[in-house]
Ligand binder design. Structure first.
Ligand SMILES: [Zn+2]
Ligand SMILES: [Zn+2]
Length: 265
């Protein structure tokens, strides 16, 4: 009987010795030993962050096709997007290239990291989140470097092949800070198919160039521009601006054997 009690006490004592004192509902991080809410890895978020790389397997390099002639980017399979460096459109385009990767994580933020314009490199810093354990969400930033590969788009290739075929170009320019009236004019041109005979339409810094295979098509186009403005200007002051733009900025460049000259209308 005495022996039995003794054994019983001994077992109880031993059990007490091996119980780690702990607050209810917390465990110790297996790496740094701080108290934490239990999770399957038994590791605190700080330690998890140092152990788990949620960007592992995500692409850090990508190649994109860039047309150096018209500054556009290939949206596979065949569309070309005209976009300026550091523009919102280009950022969306860059992020879209990582579509498959971004299914594995949650994108929180994306921004450009400045690169030298002639470096043919674009860098985007992405911030992503991923749930690694029950409720433990890790957030991490990483950089994707895009290498621009020069590749002429279809329209520029076509133009290059037919380069000698254009004889006249009409250059539309706008020299005011906002481009509303200019876009409006573009819409009018589209609506009336006014530039239908242009063999090439090229976006340039402050406007658009239209190239024609013969002078009469170019003249017709200028006539159209001339017509849309005065007809409407009585009715709408917006068109006064358009008229002013047209009056000051349209020039016809004729491709003669002499140096190119500009005729202001
Ligand atoms: Zn820890
Ligand atoms: Zn192009």
């Amino acid at each position: 009987m005495h022996l039995f009690i003794f054994l019983h006490e001994l077992i109880a004592m031993a059990a007490n010795m091996f119980v780690v004192p702990q607050t209810k509902g917390t465990v110790l991080c297996c790496k740094c030993g701080i108290l934490m809410a239990p999770n399957p890895a038994n590791m605190c978020v700080t330690c998890l962050r140092s152990e788990v790389d949620i960007t592992e397997g995500l692409r850090k390099h990508a190649t994109i096709m860039h047309c150096p002639e018209c500054d556009s980017y290939l949206q596979p399979p065949r569309t070309w997007l005209k976009a300026q460096l550091e523009s919102k459109e280009l950022l969306t385009y860059c992020v879209k290239r990582l579509e498959n990767d971004l299914k594995k994580v949650r994108l929180v933020n994306a921004e450009f990291i400045w690169t030298e314009p002639h470096s043919k490199r674009i860098k985007v810093k992405l911030k992503v989140q991923k749930e690694v354990l029950n409720g433990a969400i890790l957030e991490q930033s990483y950089v994707v470097e895009y290498v621009l590969q020069d590749h002429m788009c279809e329209s520029c290739t076509r133009f290059q092949a037919n380069q000698d075929q254009w004889v006249a170009s009409v250059q539309l320019r706008q020299r005011v800070s906002h481009r509303r009236t200019f876009f409006y004019l573009e819409q009018l041109i589209l609506k009336h198919d006014a530039a239908v005979h242009a063999i090439k339409i090229k976006q340039v810094d402050q406007g658009i160039d239209f190239f024609f295979a013969n002078k009469s098509h170019a003249s017709k186009f200028v006539e159209f521009l001339d017509k849309v403005a005065p007809t409407k200007r009585r009715a709408n002051s917006l068109f006064l601006t358009i008229l002013r733009i047209i009056a000051t900025i349209i020039s016809i460049l004729s491709r003669l054997k002499y140096p190119r000259f500009a005729v202001r209308i």
